[in-house]
Design a protein. Structure first.
Length: 145
């Protein structure tokens, strides 16, 4: 019997919002800032287990997407739009945001897997234009294939 898992995509209308905390941060004293910093570090390190619990491929997605997005996003977009359409770029962003939000490629509230709405070839094209691609080419190939 085959394992069945419903699959869906991340809706392009899903909002991605920044967190504006500069004003609040500036009101903290040094001790409170250190408390916040170390609390954040503990949360970040603790969240790593979620990637391994979510799915077999989730840790690889984490590494791959971090490599792709560890550069100026505006430059990445500009270069990507030379190879893919604006719609494909937006679908790639939506998928990536969903992966980061859920610590993997399954929704955090259930057993529903979501997949990129763009073809594998387009996903690969965007990965290849990343500045880290030339540096970590072997790792990219291992992660995607």
């Amino acid at each position: 019997m085959e394992n069945f898992s419903p699959k869906e995509i991340i809706n392009l209308e899903s909002p991605v919002n920044g967190i504006k905390c500069k004003e609040a941060w500036e009101q903290l004293d040094q001790k409170e800032k250190l408390y916040c910093y170390y609390f954040f570090k503990a949360c970040w390190e603790g969240s790593m287990i979620c990637w391994f619990q979510r799915s077999y491929e989730s840790p690889a997605l984490f590494v791959l997407l971090n490599l792709i997005f560890s550069q100026d996003i505006a430059k990445l977009k500009e270069t990507a739009l030379e190879k893919v359409s604006e719609e494909d770029w937006n679908k790639f962003l939506a998928y990536s945001a969903g992966v980061f939000n859920n610590c993997g490629n399954y929704r955090s509230f259930g057993d529903t897997k979501f997949v990129p709405e763009i073809p594998q070839e387009k996903f690969w094209e965007i990965a290849q234009i990343s500045l880290n691609y030339e540096i970590h080419k072997g790792k990219f190939v291992d992660l995607i294939i």
